[in-house]
Write a protein that binds this ligand. Structure first.
Ligand code: UD1
Ligand code: CA
Length: 483
């Protein structure tokens, strides 16, 4: 994004708070929204701006939070690894002003400081850039919003106005809810917790803070009064999208914002033409890319990086993670796919499921059929190969048009090492076979049902390894003894 502001931008993210109301051992900013930590969202947004340094204020769960920041780069897949992150510890946590004071030694006076909260995940870079433009290296710019129910938030107090709704008069102060008079509590314009401020001024004002207020905390918001006293312009950049400033304090708020987030993801896909049977029963935790005419039935979950080609149809109740599905493939209901780090690929026109499971390294060619209760792991299936019922293919290389019978498995693990099974083109594996790896079935060969195959076979032929059938014609079925 083009940075219209001349001064370098340094970002301070407050992430030291305890998050008591989450009632969790996990630090609040590491709770996930859309599969990504709250703080990860804030960092993703930050990475879309041109910024110099990012200082993250940690305290509660500091070690965990700092370690997680190093991992976000791969966990999110999307973000700019060039972010220059530093940490400042705040112990104990004496308020938001005290939090930012900890970052001050790491900030240079030639910059503008953009202050964000680690628990406000859905702010958009465009709103932050507009705020920075308003600051313009010289003003104190506050991101504000009119809320029907402003309870709990800091109120924007303007001159000549105590109780009236928002007007365009000069901002005088931010008054915290707990310190506000009844008249001030009627004000609907609230402070989002996000501001942009010239760093030299921030440094000066933070040094003047005290904690003489209802919470005995050092309030960052008190710097507004100092700006007014010093004759520095204070501007409120008002936005209308409440989700962008919504902070997470409790599991209920987290779940509510998750729904907002998911409905936005769903709408964005539908606007590009993807057909969702029900956007309220659709979840993405990662990046989902859809070609034209993709149809997704209800209750599907997409995780990690998933690409669906043109005309792909996904049935109800599928979980699909880290996978690329080529054009016109059909994923029938209740299929579970997770490529994890190796990935999964499904070829053009393939039919998968219902109740199929594709695991890391499954690479399925065009028109492959994988039916119910079939598990495929680290295996390549060439064009037109089929495994339609109750089967396992692990560490296998399967040729074109192979038919892999019901109940057959590759015994790929000897208790210590994994071994490969190779099945040549046009081979036919009967039902309930065990292919004991390492083993090769030659092209065009047939393996009889019930065979436990331990030796590789030449191309063609019939290969059977099972006890010969016997028939006892005089045999009588036992009769129940009467007592
Ligand atoms: C703050 C604002 C309030 C605003 C609201 C928006 C102050 C004094 N008040 O209130 O005007 O309407 O945000 O959501 O700033 N934190 C620390 N160290 C601390 C205290 C907090 O790092 O000592 C962090 C928290 O982890 C959190 C953020 O700062 O990420 C905001 O703290 P929180 O206690 O939630 O502030 P509010 O009381 O909501
Ligand atoms: Ca608080």
């Amino acid at each position: 994004m083009v940075n219209a502001v001349k001064n370098p931008v340094d970002v301070v993210i407050m992430a030291a708070g305890k998050g008591t109301r989450m009632k969790s051992a996990l630090p609040k900013v590491l709770h996930r929204l859309g599969g990504k930590a709250l703080l990860g969202h804030v960092l993703d947004c930050t990475a879309q701006l041109s910024v110099r340094h990012v200082v993250i204020i940690t305290g509660h769960g500091a070690i965990e939070v700092e370690a997680a920041c190093a991992l976000f780069t791969w966990a999110t897949g999307t973000f700019d690894t060039d972010l220059d992150m530093k940490f400042a510890r705040q112990e104990p946590q004496l308020g938001t002003g005290h939090a930012v004071q900890q970052a001050i030694p790491l900030l240079a006076d030639d910059g503008v400081t953009l202050i964000l909260s680690g628990d406000v995940p859905l702010t958009q870079a465009t709103a932050l850039q507009a705020l920075l433009n308003q600051c313009d290296g010289q003003r104190l710019a506050l991101l504000t919003l009119n809320m029907p129910d402003p309870t709990g938030y800091g109120r924007i107090v303007r001159s000549g106005q105590e109780a009236s709704a928002h007007s365009n008069t000069q901002v005088r102060a931010i008054i915290e809810h707990k310190d506000a008079s009844n008249a001030q509590r009627q004000i609907n314009e609230i402070y989002s917790g996000i501001m942009a401020v010239p760093t030299a001024l921030l440094r000066k004002w933070l040094a003047r803070l005290d904690n003489k207020n209802a919470q005995s905390e050092y309030y960052l918001t008190d710097i507004v009064k100092f700006a007014v006293n010093d004759g520095v312009a204070v501007v409120a950049h008002q936005i209308t999208d409440a989700a962008q400033v919504a902070g997470i304090n409790s599991p209920v708020q987290l779940a509510e914002l998750e729904r907002v987030y998911q409905s936005r993801r769903a709408n964005a896909l539908m606007e590009q033409g993807t057909r969702l049977a029900d956007p309220a029963r659709f979840d993405v935790r990662g990046n989902l890319t859809c070609g034209q005419d993709v149809e997704i039935d209800v209750n599907c979950l997409f995780e990690g990086v998933v690409t669906l080609g043109t005309g792909v149809r996904v049935g109800a109740n599928c979980v699909i993670a880290n996978c690329t599905i080529a054009a016109n493939a059909v994923i029938h209901p209740f299929t579970h796919i997770d490529g994890e780090k190796l990935g999964v690929t499904v070829g053009e026109g393939a039919l998968i499921g219902p109740f199929a499971r594709l695991r890391p390294g499954a690479q399925l060619g065009a028109e492959v059929h994988i039916g119910n209760f079939v598990e495929v792991k680290n295996s390549t299936l060439a064009k037109g190969a089929k495994a339609n019922h109750l089967a396992y293919l692990g560490d296998a290389t399967v040729g074109e048009r192979v038919n892999y019978g019901a109940g057959s498995i590759t015994a790929n693990y000897d208790g210590a090492n994994k071994h490969r099974t190779v099945i040549g083109d046009d081979a036919h594996i009967g039902s309930n076979c065990v292919l004991v790896a390492p083993v090769t079935v030659g092209a065009g060969g047939t393996v009889g049902g019930g065979t436990t195959l331990t030796k590789s076979t030449e191309p063609g032929g019939l290969h059977v390894a099972r006890p010969k059938q016997i028939s006892l014609m005089n045999w009588k079925r036992p009769v129940k003894v009467k007592k």
